[in-house]
Design a protein around this ligand. Structure first.
Ligand SMILES: C[S@@+](CC[C@H](N)C(=O)[O-])C[C@H]1O[C@@H](n2cnc3c(N)ncnc32)[C@H](O)[C@@H]1O
Ligand code: SF4
Length: 329
């Protein structure tokens, strides 16, 4: 049997963070985290098992003072393209040192470009939207090649999404979209990372607005807007973004937790995290067992989701792309 092994990985460098966004659950669970030397070893392994593209995230990766050293290591010692996804809550000196380390791509979380100037009591998603929009321009001036924004669609910003996407795209930034993922449906077993239920969630009453939004986004994409999400993903937002019952069919993206263990996906640690670390995948028999057996067992427990990251990884894999569309952009 031919096995398609993942070409991309998302790595939770840490579960610490300097902000507390209402929809985020990642910082709620702390783990014994890896040291810089251990992370260097992790990236050497990822390179050796064919990973081409990595997104560094967390938690907040920039809380790690050694982040630049890790980025320089990846850039100089592996063939992995490294993109940082951050809340941009840092100053320009830090931005310059990230660029000097060789960062290839930067994604800021910007849920709305209409966020008001930061005042005491501002929501943390507004803080990161303001910081993110500012930093994207700074990274652009510094010549970073691949720049984009991650936009979470929630009940609060549906109507602002087309304007936000248009502005970011017109200014040269790629936009990734993801409806808010919420609801711990089965915390007794494996759903450790679902965001809490909240006012921000998308329920059926928002379907008409989501349809309008999706139609506008499709029009924009067809007219050349820099929207990463595929047409089929955008079309699915009013359905799967509300019901969150989309299922992936294969392990398309490696997800590495802050302790170096392999997760089933962003929501589930599962059997994968108990049996596998990145280092264990050097043993190709084990890697094969993860892909063909254990991942499938984990995923059978899942009621579904609509994370755009996994959707895109799956599409890349299905199209058999040895490289990703954006590496040539
Ligand atoms: C977990 S954060 C880690 C990186 C960084 N701290 C940040 O906020 O950009 C990665 C991305 O997931 C998004 N995110 C967090 N919780 C989410 C949720 N419940 N549903 C959808 N996206 C979520 C964040 O807005 C961010 O763009
Ligand atoms: S900044 Fe990122 S990691 Fe921190 S709380 Fe917000 S979404 Fe979570």
């Amino acid at each position: 049997m031919d096995i398609a092994y993942p070409l991309e990985a998302q790595v939770y460098l840490t579960r610490e963070c300097n902000l507390r966004c209402e929809y985020c659950i990642l910082t709620k669970k702390q783990l014994k985290e890896l040291s810089l030397d251990e992370w260097k070893s992790v990236f050497s392994v990822l390179d050796s098992i064919g990973i081409k593209s990595v997104k560094l995230l967390g938690g907040e990766p920039t809380v790690k003072g050694w982040l630049e050293e890790l980025i320089a290591f990846i850039t100089n010692n592996t063939s992995i393209r490294c993109v940082l996804l951050s809340n941009s809550h840092f100053d320009e000196d830090r931005m310059n040192s990230l660029v000097a380390a060789g960062l290839w791509g930067y994604f800021a979380s910007v849920d709305s470009i209409l966020a008001q100037p930061i005042t005491p009591g501002s929501s943390h998603t507004d803080i990161k939207a303001m910081d993110g929009y500012y930093m994207l321009h700074k990274f652009k001036e510094a010549g970073v090649q691949f720049l984009g924004a991650n936009v979470v669609i929630s009940s609060e910003n549906i109507l602002e999404i087309p304007e936000t996407v248009k502005k970011l795209s017109d200014e040269g930034f790629w936009v990734n979209l993801c409806p808010i993922i919420w609801g711990i449906r089965n915390s007794e077993t494996s759903f450790e990372y679902r965001a809490p239920d909240s006012q921000l969630k998308l329920t059926s009453e928002y379907v008409p607005k989501l349809r309008e939004m999706a139609l506008e986004l499709l029009r924009m994409k067809r007219n050349g807007a820099k929207i990463i999400a595929s047409e089929s993903y955008i079309q699915g937002i009013p359905i799967f973004g509300v019901r969150q019952h989309w299922h992936c069919s294969r392990l398309s993206q490696l997800r590495v937790d802050a302790d170096g263990s392999i997760m089933c996906c962003p929501d589930i640690r599962g059997i994968a995290s108990k049996k596998y670390t990145v280092w264990s995948l050097k043993d190709l028999q084990k890697y094969r067992q993860l892909v063909t057996t254990d991942w499938l067992k984990d995923s059978k427990q899942c009621p579904g989701c609509y994370w755009s990251s996994i959707f895109l990884a799956e599409e890349n894999l299905l199209k058999g792309r040895p490289d990703f569309w954006y590496l040539n952009s």
